[in-house]
Design a binder for this molecule. Structure first.
Ligand SMILES: *Cc1c(COP(=O)(O)O)cnc(C)c1O
Length: 298
């Protein structure tokens, strides 16, 4: 996707130039990196004559919704195993789950203990007794085909950049970018969740060592927000007219601008931030924030 230059709306002591890759514009619902991650999986599922996609996700999962939308578009039945039994009884589904259902996904709510088995082969095999044959997409959508799809995010024109920045959930996207980045480029991952375990996970998907990961901007953990983050995202929207999502890209951009302002990048560095999408999550987050009288502009 095209890169958009951001004229500095922030303190820029080392005169870096900042561009944003608008992967969020790839597709309204199969947004950004989820489109990349699904592409080769859908091809495989078709080649293997599967009619059903089964996957896992939390209540706000962009991956779940992307799978539901892709299923509708490409003619697969979709089944989503959702973490949290309690969600099934609250009759009002959140906007993400509601949209997934509207795309025809069958939602099946599982308790948190059962959900933990999501990567256990025995458990996964047992699911076909209920759901029949299916093509499995793991939680978050990361597998070797997803990583292959993410290797297509960078284009030959992007070799002019010194740094590529991306938000990290499972790390599949970062791994794909690291695989396709040029030797002189550094890939910086901004983790949306706390913890060091992700580094090991990412090393499974890329042999390259041109990447770094920080969880300094996870801001309390997955799907947690702070007033400062919300204020930053609204300011960013006002200055650039580009919306960010509260779970991933908002935290990446918050962290990236903080590092730029602190002068952490060498003089005149050229930085490309990947907008991985996820904008569908704004509405759900706003329902939480409105109760606290905080709001994201969308
Ligand atoms: C899922 C997602 C990510 C994280 O991608 P991973 O490959 O799991 O690291 C980043 N940004 C957005 C908007 C996402 O939806």
């Amino acid at each position: 996707m095209r890169n958009q230059h951001l004229s500095p709306f922030f303190k820029n002591p080392n005169q870096v130039s900042l561009f944003i890759k608008r992967e969020d514009l790839l597709h309204p619902e199969i947004s950004g990196n989820k489109y990349r991650k699904l592409k080769y999986n859908l091809e495989r599922a078709q080649q293997e004559n599967h009619h059903t996609l089964l996957t896992f996700g939390g209540a706000f999962s962009n991956h779940l919704l992307a799978t539901a939308a892709a299923g509708k578009e490409y003619g697969f039945r979709t089944i989503g195993l959702v973490r949290g039994e309690e969600l099934a009884v609250t009759s009002a589904l959140n906007p993400t789950l509601k949209k997934a259902q509207d795309y025809g996904m069958q939602l099946h709510f599982v308790d948190r203990n059962t959900y933990r088995n999501k990567n256990q082969p025995d458990f996964i095999n047992s699911l076909s007794a209920t759901w029949g044959n299916f093509y499995l997409l793991p939680e978050g959508g990361t597998n070797e085909w997803a990583v292959k799809g993410c290797e297509e995010i960078l284009t030959p024109q992007d070799t002019i950049f010194d740094y590529i920045c991306v938000s990290v959930g499972t790390g599949g996207t970062l791994a794909g970018i690291a695989n396709s980045a040029s030797k002189h480029q550094q890939v910086l991952g901004f983790s949306a969740l706390k913890g060091d375990f992700l580094k090991t996970e990412i090393s499974r998907w890329t042999k390259h060592t041109n990447w770094q990961l920080t969880d300094a901007y996870a801001l309390g953990g997955y799907a947690k927000t702070t007033d400062q983050l919300i204020a930053f995202m609204n300011y960013f929207k006002e200055k650039t007219d580009i919306p960010l999502d509260p779970i991933y890209t908002g935290k990446m951009m918050f962290g990236l601008v903080d590092l730029i302002q602190q002068g952490k990048f060498p003089k005149n560095s050229r930085i490309l931030a990947v907008h991985t999408g996820g904008l569908q999550g704004i509405e759900g987050m706003n329902r939480k924030l409105i109760q606290q009288k905080r709001l994201l502009i969308d």
